[in-house]
Design a protein around this ligand. Structure first.
Ligand code: GTP
Ligand code: MG
Length: 260
């Protein structure tokens, strides 16, 4: 993809089913009616399996929204998912304007921490360009409640130290509710765009931390190597979790499975 210096790249990254593509549709707001640009569904399997992009314009600024397969996607192995993520970063030669790190506002938990650590492996300064977005947050219009929740997530007496440090170092937290109601989507979009316009004007090039050099062609091989190492680690984690599950299955008494 050729470089376009007048565009800002917004990455949508999150665990599968957390509302990643829906957030993309809210940002793009096709035909002023939130028509679907990125496929979304309420089902039980993962929907987004490929990198997809769409653009929108606000106040003369063009934004490219990059939708990605969710972490723990049901159709991709961890290695395949990691490869797709590297493709996603290649789809933005201008750099990263912002990563919207999406999670469904039930609880910020282990899966989100794993995904965050994966991003930090790519570049240790990436946190400065990450805004966490909590979807399905019904009180998202209540400023006080949003602020209180943000403070709690930074507080080691309320969450574990790993989560607290994530929320202390990211660029921000935005609560939204992209429910089917148009009014909710409009308000969510307003919050997101205000944040992007007011706080996110720089473009960030991925840096190879050791070399301190930009992600240019000469560093491509190093980046590919990092991705292979990450894919290998993720693969080991996958084997480990399958073994653990098998172990747990063996130790469980036989009973009929029930689906409610
Ligand atoms: N009420 C409510 N529903 C939401 C919200 N965000 C997403 N949903 C619903 O959650 C379901 C999954 O949303 P998607 O946007 O497809 O999720 P995703 O993270 O892209 O999922 P995959 O592509 O499958 O990994 C859809 O039925 C959405 O309508 C939200 O903020 N509020
Ligand atoms: Mg999706």
């Amino acid at each position: 993809m050729s470089k376009d210096n007048n565009i800002k790249n917004i990455f949508l990254i999150g665990t599968t089913g957390s509302g990643v593509s829906t957030l993309g549709n809210v940002l793009v707001n096709k035909d002023g009616n939130f028509e679907e640009v990125f496929k979304t569904e309420r089902g039980l399997t993962s929907i987004t399996n490929e990198i997809e992009t769409a653009e929108f314009e606000k106040n003369g600024i063009r934004y490219r929204v990059i939708d990605t397969p969710g972490y723990l996607n049901a159709n991709l192995t961890l290695q395949q998912w990691a490869k797709k993520m590297s493709e996603a970063f290649q789809a933005a030669p201008e750099g990263i304007n912002q990563i919207l790190f999406v999670f469904k506002s039930v609880r910020f938990s282990k899966e989100q921490v794993e995904l965050y650590n994966f991003l930090k492996l790519i570049d240790k300064n990436i946190n400065q360009y990450i805004t966490v977005v909590a979807t399905k947050f019904e009180s998202f219009k209540n400023r006080k409640k949003c602020q209180e929740n943000y403070e709690d997530l930074k507080d080691e007496t309320k969450v574990n130290s790993e989560i607290a440090s994530i929320f202390r170092e990211v660029h921000g937290l935005i609560m939204v509710d992209n429910s089917s109601e148009k009014k909710s989507k409009e308000k969510s979009r307003e919050k997101l765009i205000n944040h992007l316009v007011a706080n996110c004007q720089d473009n960030f090039q991925l840096i190879n931390v050791q070399g301190g050099k930009k992600l240019a062609d000469k560093n491509k091989s190093k980046v590919i190597l990092i991705f292979f190492i990450m894919a290998f680690i993720l693969g080991l984690l996958g084997i480990f979790s399958v073994r653990q599950r098998e172990k747990a299955k063996k130790s469980r008494p036989l009973s009929k499975q029930v689906v409610r």
